[in-house]
Design a binder for this molecule. Structure first.
Ligand SMILES: *Cc1c(COP(=O)(O)O)cnc(C)c1O
Length: 406
């Protein structure tokens, strides 16, 4: 693969044959002491880390280093590194579940890999072979698999991270990078079972804008939302509903894609989510919900708990706060939910806007029937209880390990 060549001033210019990322060159150094695994019911999302991590580095003269799996430890970074000074960090969020056969499974990892490559390109970070990143993820899961509990709804959250590590303050792309992949075991996002969340619609701060980076998983999309989130939480809301434009288009809920279910005059329901116009993160869960809705309505599958005859008309379309208020007062707004890897699906029970609340119909267990149908089916595919297309990818035992056998 032709990679880039440094011009010495931080700009990267095409074509030099430097080494691509190569998982077959992986070396594994196991930790001498393994951490005790805290009881799963004490885990908080993203707070517990496993024993090992993957690290590989890109140098513009030589390309990608041989990747390593080694004991998890802090990285050493120059304070003038690009990622520290200019936020050139991109990441992914995915999960591995253990299936009924005892084997770990990934969910549509090709989509995460394609998105990671697009995010890296958007931040002008060095390119890499995404198949090799996936191979490294699988190796790391095998090494740290004792951390995936054999409990339903428990999984291993995977955080592939690519950081620009060029040292220097010139405002330009990073021609050095570090790829780091680490794992965090997780339990169900909400321990009390399905609980609906409340969101506060904000219009004085935006998450993303046309031509910006909202359609990419880049670190700099998240921190600007922390202050408005704190303000929303002080007012008693769980998350922010991000709006955009004078017409107050609804875009996303926190770091989740948003869906709404609206009753139609013919008795069917519409399922709406905003279109991928560059301000919306193209979520894997979002794509899965749309695909499952279509398959259900086409009669190819029967979503759990729903009548075969209940038709869900899924479409990617813009809707505004005015639309939500009108559908709610007409009694047509049946459900609203967020979709993302961490929560899978979570119901939205209340939407605060300009001092008033739109209240959605309450459902036992929190999730409405449509949200629950998607959540159940997606989780069943993730846990290998159901097979749908090639969405579940089994991580098979001892493949391609070199040096140290695991
Ligand atoms: C990651 C993310 C999502 C959800 O994407 P999934 O691939 O389903 O996990 C939605 N919105 C934002 C802003 C995100 O960062």
């Amino acid at each position: 693969m032709a990679l880039w060549k440094s011009t010495g001033n931080g700009t990267l210019e095409g074509i030099s044959h430097v080494a691509d990322l190569d998982a077959s060159k992986l070396t594994v150094t196991l930790s001498e002491t393994l951490k005790p695994i805290p009881p799963p019911d004490t885990w908080q999302f993203g707070n517990i880390m496993t024993d090992h991590m993957v690290v590989a580095e890109f140098d513009p003269e030589t390309g990608w280093s041989d990747p390593e799996i080694k004991p998890r430890a802090p990285l050493s970074l120059d304070p003038a590194s690009s990622c520290v000074q200019y936020g050139t960090t991109v990441f992914e969020g995915m999960k591995a579940y253990v299936g009924p056969d005892g084997k770990p499974r990934l969910f549509r990892p090709d989509m995460n890999m394609a998105r990671l490559a697009r995010s890296a390109e958007r931040m002008a970070l060095p390119p890499f072979n995404t198949d090799q990143v996936l191979a490294l993820i699988k190796q790391l899961i095998i090494v740290d698999r004792r951390w995936i509990p054999l409990l339903s709804e428990h999984s291993m959250y995977i955080r592939p991270t690519l950081m620009g590590t060029r040292m220097g303050l010139s405002v330009a792309a990073s021609d050095h990078a570090t790829l780091c992949i680490f794992l965090s075991p997780t339990g169900p996002y909400f321990r009390s079972g399905g609980k609906s969340i409340s969101v506060l619609a904000v219009f004085d701060t935006v998450r993303a804008w046309p031509g910006g980076t909202g359609g990419h998983k880049v670190a700099l999309n998240y921190s600007p939302g922390f202050l408005p989130l704190r303000t929303a939480q002080k007012q008693g809301y769980d998350q922010i509903l991000w709006l955009l434009g004078d017409d107050m288009k609804v875009t996303e809920a926190g770091a989740m894609n948003i869906f709404i279910v609206v009753r139609r005059d013919d008795g069917d329901v519409d399922l709406f989510t905003p279109p991928l116009d560059g301000t919306i993160l193209p979520g894997v869960t979002r794509d899965s919900v749309l695909a499952l809705a279509e398959a259900h309505t086409a009669g190819e599958i029967n979503l759990p708990g729903l009548q075969k005859t209940s038709r869900i008309h899924a479409s990617e379309r813009t809707f505004t706060m005015d639309d939500l208020s009108r559908w709610s007062s007409d009694g047509k707004l049946l459900e609203a939910f967020g979709a993302g890897t961490a929560v899978i699906i979570t119901s939205i029970g209340k939407i605060g806007f300009k001092g008033e609340d739109i209240i959605l119909p309450e459902h036992e267990g929190g999730l409405g029937p449509i949200a629950n149908a998607f959540r159940t089916r997606i989780l069943d595919i993730q846990e290998g209880k159901e097979v749908w297309k090639n969405w579940g990818v089994v991580v098979d035992g001892k493949t391609a390990l070199t040096k140290t056998e695991v």
